[in-house]
Write a protein of this length. Structure first.
Length: 499
């Protein structure tokens, strides 16, 4: 990684002061309407930059550019060329890592240490991982059963034009997830970053141009999610949709995409159970569960927000969790010593506070936190104390619904069958965790939890080679790993009569 920049002012450059344009067909262009919107620093409420607001007509010209590029040669570009371009993009991103970390922090409230040592390096690694897959997509030779002198095989081909819509909580890596696999497979992309956090995606567009991707292969359209998202999902010349966001929006995308039978990948909401048994290494379980909930202000779809603790150690675990929460430094995300920054917006802050108030009305108790912070400069931002709730059950709103903020529900249990039933009593199935030294117990939990990911004696550990998929109403398809690129290909069968 390049040198750490000590003064943020070094990055308050022309990139931020100019109204940021959209990236279409290899050019930076304003929206056709000329409308702009402001992007706000959640740490202090100040305007960071103005960005052009796209509309349906801007999506139309992005799709035309992407379709032209796809037919014009990108789909048949050699896998080695695609691999080299993705690796070049990774190199450029790594060379400007500190700039991206700074933008990620001021735009999304992500702590600088999380941006600097987590998200940006992960984005670089993700690009390199799929650069490797570009040269390894193969079909199969098939022994036929019908007799005769027949030779049959399959080949994998790119799907076409992909409409990719990201979430606001992981801006840079979310965009990279939506770019790397489809580009490696030979598709072209219209990328729609979240309106709240578009800056690192736009800066990534500059690197895409510098890396040498042909015009139209990647297009970035900024603006409101509802309006542009609808234009993308309804567009007849888009072949595939990739979306990360809430389950309710995902359902709407699924309905819209059905009109043209678009392929879809949906990474949706979660209310993930995390189970601590009494025989676990409690120090590791408590620390891992705490980080698995409060990383990135709890604004993580896979956060372990429902913590089930075996009754015999429930008191000990909750006391240590409270101690950790009270020692957590909440403050300026640009401060390298800060553990938790602001929530993304005042609207999100109010939403989380409403969940806390509802929990109290439903019989829950706030062990610690639950209040906004108003000291000094913090008064200008969307800061909330890390919050731990107890005395709740599966019927309570805070336990059933995704809060997407720093709120942990801690509940005791007595036996494994009970906790498995309770853990599965949700419409979601994105992730889960279990802490135990008993391998038999661990495998019973692994086999019976209804979740796309099960962490054992760790939580939120990620790897680009491991697929991320949701069960039930947490998603359709998978991201990362081989399934993450397979979803951006289609299979063609070839049958040759050798006679």
């Amino acid at each position: 990684m390049n040198k750490v920049i000590e003064t943020p002012q070094e990055y308050m450059t022309k990139f931020l002061y100019d109204t940021r344009k959209m990236f279409i067909n290899g050019e930076w262009v304003p929206s056709l309407s000329g409308k702009v919107y402001e992007t706000i620093n959640p740490a202090n409420g100040e305007v960071i930059a103005k960005i052009y607001e796209g509309d349906k007509e801007d999506v139309d010209r992005a799709v035309l550019a992407a379709r032209t590029a796809f037919k014009g040669g990108w789909s048949t570009t050699s896998p080695a060329t695609r691999s080299n371009l993705l690796n070049k993009l990774a190199d450029l991103l790594e060379s400007r890592a500190e700039e991206f970390a700074y933008l990620e922090t001021i735009d999304g409230g992500i702590t600088i240490k999380f941006s600097r040592y987590g998200f940006v390096p992960s984005a670089v690694a993700h690009l390199r991982y799929y650069a490797g897959w570009a040269t390894k997509l193969t079909g199969d030779t098939i022994p036929t059963t019908s007799g005769g002198n027949i030779h049959a095989f399959t080949k994998r081909e790119p799907i076409g034009v992909c409409g990719q819509i990201t979430s606001w909580n992981i801006p840079l890596i979310g965009s990279v997830w939506k770019l790397a696999a489809p580009l490696a497979a030979g598709n072209t992309v219209i990328l729609k970053p979240a309106q709240q956090t578009s800056l690192t995606t736009l800066l990534l567009g500059e690197l895409i141009k510098e890396a040498g991707f042909p015009d139209g292969v990647v297009n970035i359209v900024t603006g409101p999610g509802g309006k542009i998202g609808q234009a993308i999902t309804n567009h007849p010349d888009i072949d595939k949709i990739g979306f990360t966001g809430s389950t309710i929006v995902g359902k709407g995308i699924m309905r819209s995409a059905s009109d043209t039978l678009k392929k879809i990948t949906l990474e949706l909401g979660g209310k993930s159970p995390n189970i601590i048994f009494a025989d676990a290494d409690l120090d590791k379980a408590i620390k891992g569960s705490f980080l698995g909930m409060f990383s990135n202000q709890g604004q993580v779809c896979m956060a372990g927000s429902r913590l089930y603790v075996e009754k015999s150690v429930y008191q000990e675990v909750t006391e240590k969790l409270v101690e950790m929460a009270q020692n957590m430094k909440v403050g300026d995300p640009l401060d390298p010593t800060t553990d938790m920054g602001p929530l993304i917006s005042k609207q999100q802050l109010e939403s989380v506070l409403n969940y806390i108030e509802t929990a109290k009305k439903e019989g829950g108790k706030v062990l610690t936190g639950g209040k906004t912070l108003h000291d000094g400069e913090l008064a200008k931002g969307n800061y909330l104390q890390p919050t731990i709730l107890i005395d709740l059950d599966e019927n309570c709103t805070a336990v059933k619904e995704e809060i997407f903020g720093p709120v942990l529900c801690v509940m005791p249990f007595e036996d494994i069958d009970e906790v498995l039933e309770r853990a599965n009593s949700t419409e979601y199935g994105l992730a889960s965790g279990v802490w135990t030294k008993d391998i038999s117990k661990a495998f019973k939990v692994i086999n019976e939890l209804e979740a796309g990911t099960v962490w054992v004696n760790n939580y939120l550990t990620g790897d680009n080679a491991v697929p991320m998929a949701g069960y039930k109403q947490s998603g359709v398809g998978a991201e990362k790993g081989y399934p993450g690129i397979e979803a951006y290909t289609k299979t063609k069968s070839v049958i040759i009569n050798l006679d």
